[in-house]
Design a protein around this ligand. Structure first.
Ligand SMILES: Cc1cc2nc3c(=O)[nH]c(=O)nc-3n(C[C@H](O)[C@H](O)[C@H](O)COP(=O)(O)OP(=O)(O)OC[C@H]3O[C@@H](n4cnc5c(N)ncnc54)[C@H](O)[C@@H]3O)c2cc1C
Length: 378
């Protein structure tokens, strides 16, 4: 029997993982991207692998399965999940009380979160300024993921397994199981397969719109561009140049989240500032310096560190903040994935979406994440 053929649209972390998985199972796959692999939201992510504080319970479990899928890949020898553990620092009695509550509430049995005494924190993070540490907690199974390494390694494997890769082809239209594309030079092309899987991040909504389907994600253009917009989906990730001393774990304290950077520096996320910026808001550029200043209060050794790179990202945000992974049309020719936390979820989603596409089995962990939960679609 001939194998089902697939077009995967979008070579971000989700699309690369899925193309690799489907081709490993022997299916002919074409992978199409408007730009280069890994250049969408996956290029501007904090890449924290966690299921910490995520709600509802089913979403927390989905993320925990995502974490475990990365653990299994690491056990097989893949080198992109840096399971440093996440350490949360408490500087006051109130923060320590809150932390105890959080540790008790990570209700995932094998998550292994536990409180740390002040001296345990300082032993594990010796470059911390001891004046800011009262207590801490460790979430040992969390860490961060080197996204470019995962994307490009999986893309290389996929190509070696026969995937045909078409970078710089933007999908303009979808018609049944056929897609039409245009290159930056204006050259038009088309591709056809049994099934089209849209993993085009913030591009999926417009592609589906061309075929008359609603995809209930926050419109990135409306949400991200204007200064003063709600800005919920915009984030800024900054990194210093290489440092000799600094955080060894993924570390969070009030107002700051830092982790080792993939260049030997320190990487910061903006979300602890609580700021909501539009992409065109000039104030967003003050964030890296603000975060570096806060980090220096934790790690005085970062005094001489300077910001070396900054990336602006627009989150892929389904309207309820949760994942969508489901068939779009009645004849099961179009499937779409749209999700925040896609770095945490990528390996697990690739495996269970491939089961659904190839075998027709919907994994139990996806049962809450169908598209028909949105009134705008049904
Ligand atoms: C600031 C920030 C911090 C984040 N922090 C975390 C975190 O700590 N942990 C975590 O797990 N997640 C985090 N995320 C979320 C995570 O980065 C995303 O969920 C994930 O990168 C989405 O990957 P994707 O492959 O679905 O989409 P993308 O990476 O956006 O890939 C989609 C691809 O589709 C292509 N494309 C788009 N339109 C078209 C078209 N018409 N035709 C062809 N190709 C097209 C794009 O070029 C792109 O390459 C964060 C996101 C942001 C912005």
């Amino acid at each position: 029997m001939s194998k089902r053929t697939f077009i995967v649209v979008g070579a971000g972390i989700v699309g690369c993982a899925l193309a690799e998985e489907l081709s490993r199972r022997g299916h002919p796959v074409s992978l199409v991207d408007a730009a280069e692999a890994g250049s969408g939201t996956s290029a501007a992510t904090f890449a924290w692998i966690n299921a910490n504080g995520k709600e509802p319970e089913e979403y927390s479990m989905l993320n925990f399965l995502g974490l475990q899928a990365h653990e299994r890949a690491a056990a097989r020898g893949d080198r992109w999940f840096h399971q440093t553990g996440m350490m949360q620092i408490a500087s006051s009695v109130d923060e320590a009380t809150q932390l105890e509550r959080n540790v008790a509430n990570v209700g995932l049995g094998e998550y292994g979160a536990r409180m740390l005494t002040r001296s345990e924190v300082l032993e594990l993070e010796p470059d911390l300024d001891e004046r800011v540490v009262l207590a801490g907690a460790i979430y040992p199974r969390e860490g961060w993921l080197d996204v470019p390494t995962m994307c490009f390694t999986l893309l290389d494997r996929a190509i070696a397994q026969g995937v045909r890769y078409f970078p710089f082809e933007r999908v303009t239209e979808i018609d049944g199981a056929l897609i039409r594309t245009v290159s930056p030079s204006g050259a038009e092309s088309s591709h056809e397969a049994d099934v089209i899987v849209l993993a085009a991040g913030n591009g999926t909504k417009a592609i589906l719109h061309s075929a008359g389907f609603e995809f209930p994600v926050v419109d990135p253009n409306e949400n991200a561009l204007a200064a003063g917009s709600s800005g919920a989906s915009v984030g800024i990730i900054s990194s210093t140049g290489p440092v000799t001393k600094g955080p060894r774990h993924f570390v969070r304290a009030v107002g700051i989240a830092v982790r080792p950077g993939r260049n030997g520096g320190v990487t910061f996320a903006d979300h602890p500032t609580g700021g909501r910026w539009g992409l065109n808001d000039p104030e967003i550029w003050s964030v890296p310096e603000l975060l570096l200043e806060r980090a220096r209060r934790l790690y005085p050794s970062l005094r001489a560190a300077a910001t070396e790179s900054v990336a602006l990202g627009t989150r892929v945000l389904p309207e309820d903040g949760l994942t969508i992974a489901d068939w779009i049309d009645e004849s099961n020719q179009i499937y779409a994935i749209g999700t925040h936390s896609g770095v945490t979820l990528s390996a697990h989603l690739a495996s269970c979406v491939a089961d659904e596409l190839v075998l027709g089995n919907r994994h139990w962990s996806l049962s809450r994440f169908g598209i028909d939960r949105f009134a705008s679609v049904t």
